[in-house]
Each structure stands twice: as structure tokens, then as C-alpha cells.
Write a protein that binds this ligand. Structure first.
Ligand code: KIV
Length: 294
């Protein structure tokens, strides 16, 4: 039996993602979940056409689109702006909006209010929140408000100052045990899936085996139920170096540079625009204009 999932044209829903847990109760392998970030309409449209299952408007937008040092400055309004654009580009994929730093850290009602905006104003079908054990009640409160939640543990970029930098998590016995507690807490809170970021592959495999919800890895090895990457790392459109776990499939930065340099050269050498790229007066109007003279 093939384990390749035919993306087809069926809409990806939250229950569908839950069903895609890698092994069914009778041990049959299911297709991996393919997830990527997107922040704009044309890219979202392309990803959807390619059969990507989950599109995340990640707060990585602060870094890859807006040039910030980290994700902390991203706001709810900024996320909504990009989520609306992505919404217009998707037909099949599930749209998840990342809850930015500060939008769910104050109290339950603030978190629910901000998450509801993602659904009502942004068209998101789920939100993502970072954090494990200490986030369990907040996740449960969002789920109670009918907002599906994707969890996110391991390297959680919104905790960058507490973690002391972007580095692999769960490397000591204590840290590994904490990761297991975090994963269980996210599931207990009612999340429908969980991102595991930058943790040793053995831990990710074990967490994936233990949880009933799908795990989506980023720098967490091949055994997760799905994988996610920041699109800009995959297509080679970043200004900064991509992390070790990202595989680059294209060099779009080079393609853009070449195109822009060629355009600049053509403008400077007066070869752009050519006659075919210009509008012409009719012969009639041209003759009448030259007859009337300046
Ligand atoms: O912000 C983001 O893009 C993310 C993914 C990389 C998981 O959180």
C-alpha cells in the first residue's frame, strides 16, 4: 500500500488534519502533512495549487518580510493584514494565523478577543500559539471559544530572550522531560496539532509516537507527522542565512537580482522600452498633429 497522500481538491479541515496522524489505529501509514508559511495573495495561491495542506501566516513575517531581528515586534494588526491577503489566495489549504507575541500573554479574554479577530477579520481557520505546560489553560479557553489551536513547543521564537538565542532545545535529560510534559499539556488543552521546532529527532519521534494529535516538525527530524518550513528559506529569498534544518529548493534571490540588473541595464542603454512595449498614435492622428504644427 502506498503511503503517498493524493492532495486532490478536497478542502483541508481541522478534523482532516487530525485524521492524518501518521499511523491509523490499524497501523496503516497515512500521508505526511505538508505545511508552509505564506504572507501574500499570489504566493498563497501558488501553494494552494501545489497541494500544500496547511498554510501558516507565521510571525516569522516580522523577520523575513519586515527585516526585524526577531518576531517579537509583530502586531495583531500586521498579522491580520497578511492573513487577509493569504485568505484570498487559498481554496483548499487550511489557513492558520500565528498569534503574535503579547496577543495571548495577558489574560484569557484578551487572548480570545485577539484570536477571534484572526478568524472573523482574517479568515483564519485556526490559530497557533507558542508554549507548553504554562499555556494549557489558555489553549483550552480558545478551544472553548470554538477556535482550533495549533500548539508550538521546542524552540519558541517568542521566548528568545528567556531561551538566550535561537538554539536546539531538549538536549539535556531535564529539558527533554520538560518537552514531553509540554507536548502532553498542549494535547490536553485541546490543540488539534503541534509544531515541534528545533529539537533532537529522537525526541520528536517519541513525542510523535505518544501523542494522538499530529506533530509538525521544523528542525525536528523525519519522523513527525508533517513538516513545515518558512517559505523564504525553501525558495532562497532570505537576506539572512537559513537555519541548518531548512533545505533550499530554489534561488529566487538570484533570479530576482539577475532580472533587476538586466532591467537597469536596458533602461540605461535605452533598449527598454522597445516599440513593441510602447503605445502608438494612429497614422491619421499623427498626420493631423504634424499638419497643425507646434
Ligand atoms: O512563524 C513561523 O513561521 C513559525 C513556523 C516556522 C513554525 O512559527
Amino acid at each position: 500500500m502506498s503511503s503517498t497522500f493524493d492532495a486532490g481538491s478536497r478542502k483541508v479541515t481541522v478534523p482532516e488534519v487530525l485524521r492524518r496522524k501518521s499511523t491509523s489505529s490499524c497501523g496503516v501509514p497515512r500521508g505526511k502533512i505538508v505545511a508552509l508559511t505564506a504572507y501574500d495573495y499570489p504566493t498563497a495561491h501558488l501553494l494552494d495549487e501545489c497541494g500544500v495542506d496547511i498554510v501558516l501566516v507565521g510571525d516569522s513575517l516580522g523577520m523575513v518580510l519586515l527585516g526585524a531581528e526577531n518576531t517579537l515586534s509583530v502586531t495583531v494588526d500586521e498579522t491580520l493584514h497578511y492573513t487577509r491577503a493569504v485568505r484570498r489566495g487559498l481554496r483548499r489549504a487550511l489557513l492558520v494565523a500565528d498569534m503574535p507575541y503579547g496577543s495571548y500573554h495577558v489574560d484569557d479574554s484578551d487572548a480570545v478577543r485577539n484570536a477571534l479577530r484572526m478568524v472573523k477579520e482574517g479568515g483564519a481557520e485556526a490559530v497557533k500559539v507558542e508554549g507548553g505546560e504554562r499555556r494549557v489553560d489558555r489553549i483550552a479557553r480558545l478551544v472553548e471559544a470554538e477556535i482550533p489551536v495549533m500548539g508550538h513547543i521546542g524552540l519558541t521564537p517568542q521566548s528568545i530572550h528567556a531561551l538566550g538565542g535561537f538554539r536546539v532545545q531538549g538536549k539535556t535529560t531535564d529539558a527533554a522531560e520538560q518537552l514531553f510534559r509540554d507536548a502532553r499539556a498542549v494535547e490536553a488543552g485541546g490543540a488539534f496539532s503541534i509544531v515541534l521546532e528545533c529539537i533532537p529527532r529522537e525526541l520528536a519521534a517519541e513525542i510523535t509516537r505518544e501523542l494522538h494529535i499530529p506533530t509538525i516538525g521544523i528542525g525536528a527530524g523525519p519522523d513527525c507527522d508533517g513538516q513545515i518550513l518558512v517559505l523564504h528559506d525553501l525558495i532562497g529569498l532570505g537576506v539572512r542565512a537559513a537555519p541548518k534544518f531548512a533545505r533550499r529548493y530554489a534561488n529566487v534571490a538570484e533570479t530576482i537580482s539577475r532580472a533587476v540588473s538586466a532591467y537597469a541595464e536596458d533602461v540605461r542603454t535605452r533598449t527598454f522600452p522597445a516599440d513593441a512595449e510602447s503605445y502608438q498614435l494612429s497614422v491619421d492622428v499623427r498626420e493631423r498633429l504634424s499638419a497643425s504644427g507646434p
